[in-house]
Design a binder for this molecule. Structure first.
Ligand SMILES: Nc1ncnc2c1ncn2[C@@H]1O[C@H](COP(=O)(O)OP(=O)(O)OP(=O)(O)O)[C@@H](O)[C@H]1O
Length: 713
């Protein structure tokens, strides 16, 4: 319990810290303005230096920008050393604020000294005597709550206010949800903090049931790593990968609220430059495209396009016909295939060699002067090279002339067409489209790699133009892999210093390869819950995900407490999980919400569910709601929502179970629980994901009688 005196002290302290923060901001602004004023114009060097000052000042200001969030949320007092009566005391907050004499007024929550605020326990006090939670509305302290880590101290204190407010954690997790996730900086729990501050190198795997804070921890770890290794991420950014664009939007405000703006957040499609990827309903196809054999298939598909001529080809040039023989093309292709490196750059070498061979052919046997005169015409037509060639006339060295002839040949359309047949210039999109839409190409590439049935699964109809083809997320991953076989890495291809992958339980081996390419250092944090995996790659072992990352250096940590769902919802979720994962662990929830689970059997379930949603709307219920529906029903549901005048209501989302991963809502309506996905095998893990999205209430609507096991409590 804290006293009135303590409350007054903290109020004064918080006001003083805010004042100092403002001063610091003003100082940065005015020194930036001074630099801009004084050094307007100046030398190139001066301009560069000015830019550096301005950029770093702006970055510092951005880091100090905390919006409406409270600057200070806690304090730790350490035990005094034996000879002193007072120990050290630190206020913990979102950003660091120092006094004019560089005394720490507020310690950044990521600084090493702040670790004890999150980790000290009665058992291991880490030298901490008192942990104080300070509840503020911006600069106004509304309450404080003390935890004495030594109970002796607690007993000896007097003059306290009423019992403390509900704990910081409870008040945080009981708030209605909004469209954006909030940070948890003031209430990070010890097991979460261990993950946040875990060292950077190698792969850290975090397994945790729904609601255990994996996403929250992932983002706080990103902020922590930025703070601790800022220089490293200036060269190679830090990347956070989420499962859907809905999810990326949902988490987008957490890092800015922690003063970090430099972290990149993407879906896999977004990372590869595709704003949205199409949804591919064929699960077999999706699965096959994620299989590691695809790497071999793609490599082979590219090699199949590098092919010698079947017959000799004649090519008109100047006053002669030149012949590209099958042997010439065989030799060229053979030697190029032996060379390491991607396909497209080798075309230049083919062009060079073939044009040299043909130039020799052109000049063979003839009187050089006559030939050169003839070719001068050709050259001037083809390449405007008259001047250069004229220099070699007459009686010039044959080598120089051959070089000019070869150059002219390379500029001729006929020559380029021949090269295109031997070694076409390939784009990833055209190559993949051709492969899947031409059975002959696919069959050739897939020899000894895929079965005949698998070819059927991959084949798509010809007809649609490649430019208008809708690539699925699995295709996007293949396109990225293919690109590595086609072209050298360019400076535009960003690689990352650390990658944090959330909802990683569903990633396919091919996606894992992509992540490895994007993060050559192999420093990653991978978070997920194997029990929630219901995608085309239902991984049930972390090793299946780690293997394609070829990680020898990984460490696994587990989160154990569910901060999202009520105990009642967790029990239902555990029941569902036990049907497909024998021996799975029960979830620890810390909140109860009696009566929050309802089963409704109704033939007109869409109308029933929308009527219930309308009721929430009319009651002006606070929070965020979701209707999770099978894809086939979503249109009908949207129509009904429209009919009932709810389509403008922003608090409700109509969403498929694939897109709902990682999101959370106060109330969730689940329609047709056992058909959320098409195949029965994946339907229970999909239902597990759907059920665990809700904090307090779920209503489950079915047109069929519910199975008994689901209703049994
Ligand atoms: N220490 C904490 N303090 C306050 N709120 C917390 C804490 N940890 C988690 N939460 C809250 O619990 C909810 C669930 O967290 P989060 O979404 O990160 O869980 P998750 O493990 O990623 O779940 P899922 O596997 O279902 O995606 C969020 O609202 C989050 O803010």
């Amino acid at each position: 319990m804290a006293s009135q005196k303590d409350l007054e002290f903290e109020s004064g302290y918080v006001k003083m810290a805010y004042k100092r923060l403002e001063e610091i901001k003003q100082q940065i602004k005015s020194s930036m303005n001074q630099v801009l004023e004084v050094e307007r114009g100046g030398t190139h060097q001066a301009k560069v230096e000015r830019d550096v000052v301005v950029r770093s000042s702006l970055a510092r200001l951005e880091n100090l920008e905390i919006g409406d969030q409270a600057l200070i949320f806690g304090r730790i007092d350490f035990q005094p050393p034996a000879e002193l009566s007072e120990g050290e005391s630190y206020h913990i907050g979102r950003v660091s604020v120092n006094s004019e004499t560089m005394e720490p007024l507020v310690v950044d929550w990521r600084a090493p000294i702040a670790e004890a605020f999150y980790r000290a326990t009665g058992k291991d006090t880490m030298g901490v005597k008192l942990r104080r939670h300070i509840f503020c509305n911006r600069d106004v302290v509304v309450n404080i709550e003390d935890e004495w880590l030594s109970s002796l101290e607690e007993d000896s204190r007097e003059g306290y206010l009423e019992p403390p407010s509900p704990s910081a954690l409870f008040s945080a997790i009981s708030k209605p949800r909004t469209s954006y996730m909030s940070d948890i900086v003031s209430t990070i729990q010890a097991e979460q903090d261990e993950i946040v501050r875990y060292p950077l190198s190698g792969i850290l795997v975090v397994q945790g049931a729904p609601g255990t804070g994996k996403t929250a921890v992932a983002l706080h770890r990103a902020a922590y790593l930025m703070y601790t290794h800022r220089w490293r991420f200036e060269r190679q950014p830090l990347l956070v990968i989420g499962p859907s664009s809905e999810f990326v939007k949902y988490i987008s405000r957490v890092l800015p609220s922690l003063g970090e703006s430099g972290v990149e957040l993407h879906t896999i499609a977004g990372l590869c430059g595709f704003a949205e990827a199409a949804f591919e309903p064929e699960i077999q196809r999706r699965r096959l495209k994620g299989d590691l054999r695809m790497e071999k298939l793609l490599r082979k598909a590219v090699r199949d396009r590098e092919r010698p001529l079947r017959k000799d080809l004649r090519l008109a040039f100047g006053r002669k016909y030149l012949t590209v023989t099958t042997e010439m093309s065989q030799e060229l292709v053979r030697s190029m295939k032996r060379r390491p490196g991607p396909h497209n750059p080798k075309r230049k070498v083919i062009e060079l060699r073939l044009s040299q061979l043909l130039a020799e052919q052109y000049l063979e046997g003839g009187d050089l002067t006559t030939e050169v005169r003839a070719v001068t015409n050709v050259i001037s037509i083809h390449a405007g090279l008259e001047d250069q060639v004229a220099q070699h006339l007459p009686g010039e060295d044959g080598v120089e002339v051959a070089r000019e002839v070869a150059a002219a040949l390379r500029k001729s359309v006929e020559f380029q067409l021949v090269v295109e047949r031997i070694w076409p210039r390939l784009s990833a999109e055209e190559t993949l489209y051709d492969l899947f839409s031409h059975r002959a190409l696919l069959k050739l590439a897939a020899k000894d790699i895929l079965s005949e049935e698998e070819l059927d699964v991959l084949t798509i109809d010809q007809g649609v133009d490649v430019k208008r083809h809708q690539w699925s997320i699995e295709d996007v991953v293949l396109l990225d892999e293919l690109q590595t076989f086609l072209d050298e890495q360019s400076d535009d291809d960003v690689t990352f210093g650390h990658v944090i992958v959330d909802e990683a339980q569903d990633i396919s081996p091919m996606t894992a390869r992509l992540l490895k390419r994007k993060c050559p250092s192999g420093s990653m944090t991978i978070l997920g819950d194997l029990a929630q995996s219901f995608g085309p790659w239902p991984n049930r072992r972390w090793d299946d995900i780690l293997e394609p990352l070829s990680s020898k250096d990984h460490h696994m940590l587990e989160l154990s407490v569910n901060y999202r769902t009520s105990q009642e919802i967790s029990e239902l979720a555990d029941l569902i999980k036990s049907r497909y994962l024998a021996g799975s662990r029960r979830t620890k929830s810390i909140r109860s919400f009696p009566g929050g689970v309802q089963f409704i059997e109704a033939k007109d379930l869409i109308q029933r569910a929308v009527a219930d949603a309308k009721d929430l709307f009319e009651r002006k219920e606070q929070g965020r709601f979701a209707m999770i529906v099978p894809n086939k029903d979503s249109e009908a549901l949207r129509r009904e929502i429209d009919k009932e005048g709810l389509s403008e209501w922003e608090s409700i989302s109509v969403i498929g179970v694939e897109q709902v991963r990682g999101l959370e809502f106060d109330e969730v309506f689940i329609l047709e629980p056992l058909s959320l996905v098409d195949d029965a095998e994946r339907s229970l893990p999909a239902l597990y994901v759907a059920v665990t999205r809700a904090t307090n209430r779920i209503k489950i609507y079915s047109s069929q009688p519910f199975p008994n096991w689901l209703l049994v409590k």
